[in-house]
Design a protein around this ligand. Structure first.
Ligand code: NDP
Length: 481
C-alpha cells in the first residue's frame, strides 16, 4: 500500500472498493444494501445546479482592489478610502449562450465583481459595455427570450433578434457597440468593464453624488474580427483558458478603477437622463477620475464551488453607496438575489465564495443547508441584547421622490433621443476601419437565411436612424440600396 489517502464516502467512512459494486456472486445482480454505490449514483444525479438563465457560461478569478486616491469627499464607503486593499472575486461571462457555448460568440460580456469589504459584501454586477439594450425591466425577459432559442425548433434566430431590436429603438446604442469589433473581445483580460448603472455615493457628512464606474483594462483593448471569432468557435473555452493560463503563469491582469461623479442636484436637468441605462455621460461633461486599480492574481481551485456557485447581486451595497432611480437597476435588485435563491438555495450567502468576511448578525434563520450556527434571539425587537440596526449608517436612503403612480416611459431630458449617442460613436469615435467592420458585422448577422426581406428593410431603417452613411452601407450589403 502506498501512502495515498484512503477513499471514503461523504460521511468519512472508508470505501469498500473503487471498482466493484456489491453483487450476488461475481455474475449475479447488485444489492440495494450497497450504500456506497447508491450514494455515488445519487450524488452524481444531483451534481449540477440549474444553469443561470443568462450569463450561464463564464470563468473567474480572485484578486484585490487597491485605492490610491482620496475620494472621501464623495463616499464614506470603507473599501474606497485611500490606501485600502480589499479582496475580490470577478466573474466574466457571455450573456445569451448556455454552459458549454463558445466564448468567442458576439455578445456583451458580464463583468461581475464581489468585494469582500469590512462592511459586508459589495457586488458590482456590470458588463464590458457602459450601456444596455433596454431601460425598463418590464422588457427584460422578452429581450432575453428573443436572443435565445425559439419555442418550436429550439434554434437561435436572427430574425427574432432583429424583430425585438428594431421594435425597441432604445436598443440602438448597445446594438451598435455589440456589432463593432468590441462585440468579440480577444480575451477577458483585454476588455474594459463598466458598472453600467448609475449609483448613489454619499460621504460622512451625508452629501450625495451620482457615480458611474469604468474599469479600464491595463492590458489594452484587443478584439477579434467576426471572421477571427468564428474561426475560434472550435475552442469553446478560449477565454476561460486564456485567463487561467495567464494567471497560472504569474501574468496578473489589472484594471484602472475610474469613476464619473455628478453632483446630486445636477441630475434633474442634465441634458441626458442620467439614470437611463441606454445612455453614457459624455466625458466632456463628466471626465473619468482614477481612484485605484484592481488585479486578478489567483485562479479558482474548484470551478464549481467558486465560479458556478458564485452569486452576485447588485443589491449588495455597503454604507456610502446606494441605489439610484435607474429602473433597470431597480429590477435587478430583485431578480439577482432571487435567481440565486432558486438556483443554489436560500442560504447561498453561507457558501465560502459568497460568504462575507464581515460578521453576519442577521435575523434570517434556518432554511435548507444552513451551517450558520445562529444563536437566540431570532427575532427583533428583543429585550435580550440581540443585534440592533444602526440607521445612521444609511444617509443615502433619505432623498425625496414624488409623483403619481403611473406606467410610463421616463420623462425626456433636453437631448434624450435613442440615436444621438450611437451617432456620436459613429461620427466621433469609430475609425474608418471600425466603421467598415461595424457595417460588415451587421450585414453578416442580418444575412442569416431566417432573416426575411421585410425584416432586412427594417434593419436598414434602424441603422439609417443612427446615420445615413451607416444605413446606406447596410443597405448595400443586404442588396437593398
Ligand atoms: P470620448 O471620445 O470622450 O470617449 C469615447 C469612448 O468610446 C471611450 O471610452 C473609448 O474607449 C470608447 N470607444 C472607442 N472605440 C470604441 C468602439 N469601437 N466601441 C465602443 N466604444 C469605443 O466621447 P464621449 O464621452 O463624448 O462619448 C462618445 C461616444 O463614445 C458615446 O456616445 C458612446 O457611444 C461612446 N462611449 C462613451 C463612454 C462614456 O462613458 N462617455 C464610454 C464608452 C463609449 P477607449 O478609451 O478604450 O478607446
Amino acid at each position: 500500500m502506498t501512502n495515498r489517502p484512503i477513499t471514503t464516502d461523504d460521511a468519512g467512512i472508508p470505501a469498500p472498493s473503487d471498482e466493484h459494486s456489491l453483487s450476488v456472486g461475481p455474475n449475479g445482480p447488485l444489492l440495494m444494501q450497497d450504500h456506497y454505490l447508491i450514494q455515488k449514483m445519487a450524488h452524481f444525479n444531483r451534481e449540477r445546479v440549474p444553469e443561470r438563465v443568462v450569463h450561464a457560461k463564464g470563468g473567474g478569478a480572485h484578486g484585490f482592489l487597491r485605492i490610491t486616491e482620496d475620494v472621501s469627499q464623495f463616499t464614506k464607503a470603507g473599501l474606497f478610502q485611500k490606501g485600502k486593499e480589499t479582496p475580490l472575486f470577478l466573474r466574466f461571462s457571455t450573456v445569451a449562450g448556455e454552459l458549454g457555448s463558445p466564448d468567442t460568440a458576439r455578445d456583451p460580456r458580464g463583468f461581475a465583481i464581489k468585494f469582500y469589504t469590512e462592511e459586508g459584501n459589495y457586488d458590482l454586477v456590470g458588463n464590458n459595455t457602459p450601456i444596455f439594450f433596454i431601460r425598463d425591466p418590464q422588457k427584460f425577459s422578452d429581450f432575453i427570450h428573443s436572443q435565445k432559442r425559439r419555442a418550436d425548433n429550439h434554434l437561435r434566430d436572427n430574425n427574432m433578434q432583429w424583430d425585438f431590436w428594431t421594435l425597441s429603438p432604445e436598443s440602438a446604442h448597445q446594438v451598435t457597440f455589440l456589432m463593432t469589433d468590441r462585440g468579440i473581445p480577444a480575451s477577458w483580460r483585454h476588455m474594459h468593464g463598466f458598472g453600467s448603472h448609475t449609483f448613489l455615493w454619499y460621504n460622512a457628512g451625508g452629501e450625495k453624488f451620482w457615480v458611474k464606474y469604468h474599469f479600464r483594462t491595463e492590458q489594452g483593448i484587443k478584439n477579434y474580427t467576426g471572421a477571427e471569432g468564428a474561426a475560434l468557435l472550435v475552442d469553446p473555452d478560449h477565454h476561460i483558458r486564456d485567463l487561467h493560463t495567464a494567471i497560472a503563469a504569474g501574468d496578473h491582469p489589472s484594471w484602472r478603477v475610474n469613476v464619473q461623479i455628478m453632483p446630486f442636484e445636477a441630475a434633474a436637468d442634465y441634458r441626458f437622463n442620467p439614470f437611463d441605462l441606454t445612455k453614457v455621460w459624455p466625458h466632456s461633461d463628466y471626465p473619468e477620475i482614477t481612484i485605484g486599480t484592481f488585479t486578478l492574481n489567483r485562479n479558482p481551485a474548484n470551478y464549481f464551488a467558486e465560479v458556478e456557485q458564485a452569486g452576485f447581486e447588485p443589491s449588495n451595497l455597503v454604507p456610502g453607496i446606494d441605489t439610484s432611480p435607474d429602473k433597470m437597476l431597480q429590477g435587478r435588485l430583485f431578480s439577482y438575489p432571487d435567481t440565486h435563491r432558486y438556483r443554489i438555495g436560500p442560504n447561498y450567502l453561507q457558501l465560502p465564495i459568497n460568504q462575507p468576511r464581515a460578521a453576519v448578525n442577521s435575523y434570517n434563520f434556518d432554511g435548507p443547508m444552513t451551517f450558520r450556527n445562529q444563536q437566540d434571539p431570532v427575532y427583533a425587537p428583543n429585550s435580550v441584547n440581540g443585534p440592533a440596526a444602526d440607521p445612521s449608517r444609511y444617509e443615502g436612503e433619505n432623498y425625496q421622490v414624488a409623483g403619481e403612480i403611473v406606467r410610463s416611459a421616463y420623462t425626456k431630458h433636453a437631448e434624450d433621443d435613442d440615436y444621438v449617442q450611437p451617432r456620436a460613436l459613429w461620427e466621433n469615435v469609430l475609425s474608418e476601419t471600425d466603421r467598415e467592420h461595424l457595417v460588415s458585422n451587421i450585414v453578416g448577422h442580418a444575412s442569416a437565411p431566417e432573416v426575411t426581406s421585410d425584416m432586412k428593410r427594417r434593419v436598414v431603417e434602424y441603422w439609417s436612424n443612427i446615420h445615413k452613411d451607416l444605413g446606406q452601407g447596410v443597405a448595400r450589403g443586404l442588396d437593398l440600396a
